[in-house]
Design a protein around this ligand. Structure first.
Ligand code: WT7
Length: 630
């Protein structure tokens, strides 16, 4: 990966700007900077509220900010209802294609609403009420939209768990959230084979004290065990009278919770990030609208799974809030051939394509011909998220996929931020590898260890200065951890955990995590969870996981493992431990390499010094070893 150049600038957009808001983007940016609260208030006013707020921001109890205080709405009022009664009634809200390519399901806003009402009626009849938690463990099928929106409609709090997590991981998330309902499918399709979702749910809920019902969507036709006291086929429920009729969207306080989403931290168990109806709605609506310049005839494709925040904000909520057409594809990018994504773009006339650098790097390897045989001229805008995009991937995406005419929006944000934080607008000149500037209304600053701003061009810790509407409100059930993790390093500032620098034009260049979080193929993993999965293998005494640069995945996990007496580190055991991590955490967390060792470098207080392992593995200077135990 070559170094990116701060002076390489692209300005592909001017012809598309004429006559639209984008002509005046610098003015909008300047006004938002001068008065962010008014800027956000104006954006909120573009949406429907059953009661207007009394106060834009209540910051009397920092960092527990409240937005649009006193306002009443529901994200579904704006993502679905207002379109059904307006000009978008018959517009396509969702287009879905199955992995085998044989089934296409499309939903207008009208028919999406019917599906959401049906699912809300059903889950309400099962006793799901405002404030109750519901775990959704579904593959990329339209029902994941219905389930999320149905919960939101009733004011229930959804907790979507990526349908690639193991039973252990699912079970701890169900228990932590005390979900009373789980919505899943019999199985999911992955590269032509079935992943047994229902079996995993069975294992996960076996000892769960809170789960009363499990709804199962039939997708793969796989044989599953149904517990008659707990499990229900969705297609049976759909035929019951309870599913029929209108279902009112419950009007909620702006600050009522919309969802929790688990994400990895540097220590301990995954954190349940909590987002709310009002602010999250305004934030995702606005950032998608501006950064991707959403237009009436767009077909927006975000390749993320609904199990991650990107799927929440920019596959489901953001596009629907904007009355756009969102596209979802069920399967893998190379199934059955490496041109599947390009074929879909051509076939559906995708205009805006938002994906991750790791996907671009993996598809690049198959050569240009897979892409160039398709007519990709519908593409108007490209987007990247999840990790820094290296220049080679940027150029391939921009030149070969975008044909050198579609601005590539690099969006930096996090599960906790809910919405883009550093991302340009299409008319802002592009620099490959930089997301540009903070979004309108936000200011970012790079600080040194002591909290002083560092000069431009120098690396430091990325912090955010202003509160923003879609900010996480807390870690569900652990306010103190929320304060400690994000707001204590630099009082009054949100700490991102990332290293970055700013150039002379005010563009931000994100370098990567500064903590024990590893981004593998854009997925966020904590060393602690990976190690705890490894350590649960009976042969293992202790372990340390680190991320090392990988050409396609960005980072790959290398694990250093100390075995219990009587075990020998060999090929078989390596494979066994890798498989163990796969089934006890997730296939995405599987270490690429395992090194058996007699001991791990530790501080005198017993903390594993992963940076020493990293430096050794990379052949770099090991730095200050004064705290090393031996
Ligand atoms: C971490 C957050 C919310 C997006 C999906 C990931 C890294 C994310 C970029 C980018 C460089 C990026 C950061 C961040 N990251 N986007 N455009 N350029 N790094 O959300 O799983 O919560 O991970 O992803 O390190 O802290 P997440």
């Amino acid at each position: 990966m070559s170094e990116s150049s701060e002076s390489e600038i692209y300005r592909p957009y001017p012809e598309a700007v004429a006559g639209s808001w984008a002509e005046n983007w610098e003015e909008i940016e300047a006004r938002a900077k001068a008065d962010p609260y008014t800027y956000w208030e104006e954006r909120a006013s573009e949406l429907v509220w059953s009661q207007r707020w009394d106060q834009v921001v209540d910051d009397s109890n920092k960092p527990f900010y409240k937005w649009f205080v006193g306002g009443k709405t529901n994200i579904v009022t704006n993502a679905v209802d207002r379109h059904v009664t307006g000009p978008h009634k018959n517009k396509l809200a969702l287009i879905w294609e199955s992995e085998d390519g044989k089934t296409v399901r499309t939903f207008s806003y009208f028919s999406l609403n019917r599906e959401v009402e049906k699912m809300s009626n059903i889950i309400r009849a099962m006793g799901v009420n405002k404030g109750d938690r519901v775990t959704i463990y579904l593959p990329r099928i339209p029902e994941v939209f219905f389930a999320m929106l149905a919960c939101a409609k009733l004011g229930a709090v959804h907790s979507v768990v990526f349908a690639g997590f193991s039973a252990d991981a699912l079970s701890s998330r169900i228990d932590d959230s005390e979900s009373k309902l789980v919505i899943t499918a019999d199985g999911s399709w992955i590269n032509g084979s079935v992943f047994p979702l229902k079996d995993i749910v069975d294992e996960a809920v076996r000892f769960s004290p809170t789960v009363e019902n499990v709804i199962v969507v039939k997708r793969t036709g796989t044989e599953v065990t149904m517990d008659p006291t707990r499990d229900h086929w969705y297609h049976d429920l759909e035929n019951l009278p309870i599913s029929r009729g209108r279902c009112e969207t419950v009007q909620l306080d702006a600050e009522d919770p919309l969802y929790i989403l688990y994400t990895s931290g540097s220590t301990g168990k995954p954190k349940a990030i909590l987002h709310t109806h009002g602010g999250y709605m305004v934030g995702t609506y606005t950032t998608l609208k501006y950064t991707f310049d959403i237009r009436e005839d767009d077909r927006f494709w975000c390749t993320a799974d609904a199990g991650w925040v990107t799927g929440h904000s920019y596959l489901v909520y953001g596009p629907l809030l904007n009355g756009a057409t969102t596209f979802m594809y069920e399967g893998g990018p190379t199934f059955p051939h490496p041109d599947r994504w390009w074929r879909l773009i051509e076939h559906y006339g995708i205009t805006t394509f938002y994906t991750a650098p790791t996907a671009i790097r993996s598809l690049m390897r198959f050569g240009d011909a897979w892409a160039t045989r398709h007519d990709l001229s519908s593409l108007r805008l490209l987007g990247s998220v999840g990790e820094p995009i290296n220049p080679a991937a940027w150029h391939w995406f921009y030149d070969v996929i975008g044909g050198g005419k579609a601005p590539l929006m690099d969006t930096w944000w996090q599960t906790e931020t809910g919405m883009f934080q550093i991302a340009g607008v299409p008319a802002m000149p592009q620099k490959p590898g930089s997301g540009g500037r903070p979004v309108f209304g936000q200011e970012a600053e790079i600080l040194d260890e002591a909290g002083n701003p560092v000069p431009d061009g120098q690396e430091g810790f990325l912090t955010l200065k202003n509160p923003w509407p879609a900010m996480a409100r807390t870690i569900y059930g652990d306010d103190q951890r929320f304060v400690d993790t994000y707001w204590s390093t630099y009082p009054g500032r949100y700490t991102t955990g990332d290293a970055a620098k700013r150039d002379a034009d005010g563009y931000f260049w994100v370098i990567g995590r500064t903590d024990d979080v590893i981004k593998v193929s854009g997925h966020r993993l904590g060393t602690a969870e990976v190690e705890s999965a490894i350590n649960s293998h009976p042969a293992v005494s202790e372990s340390a996981a680190i991320g090392l640069p990988h050409e396609v995945k960005g980072n790959a996990i290398h694990a250093f493992v100390v075995l219990n007496q009587g075990h020998t580190g060999n090929r078989e055991l390596t494979e066994e431990i890798r498989a163990h991590v796969s089934t006890h955490l997730s296939p995405i967390a599987k270490p690429d390499e395992i090194t058996f060792t007699d001991s791990l470098p530790k501080t005198r207080s017993g903390k594993i010094m992963r940076r020493v392992l990293r430096a050794r593995a990379l052949g770099q200077d090991e730095g200050d070893l004064s705290t090393l135990e031996d």
